[in-house]
Design a protein. Structure first.
Ligand code: PEP
Length: 256
């Protein structure tokens, strides 16, 4: 094994299990969910030593989640998006520095739902990732092909183009994370085959090198997590639906 490959294996020995709560739940539900996650994880502390856990609540619930996590430093908080601008006249947006101030250490950028709902381009995603890095947040940069693109045989080239357009400058790659999320697998119950995941993650690894963590996202559940997380170059998961139930979120950690 090369020195670089060994370094990578050691660095990513702990899988990152990241929950994207999306726009779900009121404040009481957020408090209950984080309390259940804390209780479940801190009751099995060995899980906290083998995985890193991250929750990305809706923006308005971050303060409550932060409050609930006082004394539980092994669970991190992330935002679901940040502005590509530093501050100023951008009504409704939130800056990376505000997320940092609110207790976040990560932020998801370029999720396919934002690329679709808000027509976010690769260059906007890149600007968001750069804002995140400038404010000491680790950006989780999402890429993934649609079903049409996969069926046309274009999955690898589509993801490569997204990466090339969305990644910050190479000198800044030390703190970035990539999430490969086939759009057709998000929230649908359909999961990419293990061969397709292996092929795509190897392709992404060849582009970003050994030091960048690569997550898989798309209908990951406790019962499929073990085999997905065992695929080469899968360094963790970005989990939507299953992160809304503490038992499933923790179950994915156990599977890892
Ligand atoms: C996601 O939205 O990032 C995601 C992977 O969702 P789900 O797990 O519900 O497919």
């Amino acid at each position: 094994m090369s020195v670089l490959a060994k370094e990578q294996e050691e660095a990513f020995m702990k899988k990152l299990i990241a929950g994207n709560w999306k726009m779900n739940g009121d404040i009481d539900e957020a408090r209950t969910l984080i309390a259940d996650i804390v209780n479940g994880l801190y009751a099995r502390e060995e899980l906290l030593d083998t995985c890193k856990f991250l929750v990305c609540p809706p923006l308005l619930h971050i303060a409550s989640v932060r409050h609930a996590l006082v004394g539980y430093p092994k669970i991190s908080i992330g935002g679901q998006d940040c502005s590509e601008s530093e501050n100023g006249a951008h009504t409704g947006d939130v800056s990376a520095s505000m997320l940092l101030d609110a207790g976040c250490t990560y932020v998801i950028v370029g999720h396919s739902e934002r690329r679709t709902d808000h027509k976010e381009s690769d260059s906007q995603v890149k600007a968001k990732a750069q804002q995140a890095l400038a404010n000491d947040l680790k950006p989780i940069i999402c890429v993934g092909e649609t079903l049409e693109q996969r069926e046309a045989g274009d999955a690898l080239s589509v993801v490569e183009a997204q990466l090339k357009g969305s990644l910050p400058d190479e000198g800044q790659w030390g703190e970035i994370i990539i999430a490969y999320e086939p759009v057709w697998a998000i929230g649908t119950g359909k999961v990419a085959s293990l061969d397709d995941i292996a092929e795509m993650h190897a392709h992404i690894r060849a582009i970003v090198g050994a030091r960048v963590r690569i997550l898989y996202g798309g209908s990951m559940k406790p019962d499929n997590a073990k085999e997905i997380l065992a695929v080469a170059n899968v360094d963790g998961g970005l989990i939507g639906g299953a992160s809304l139930k503490a038992v499933d979120f923790i179950g994915i950690g156990r599977a890892a």
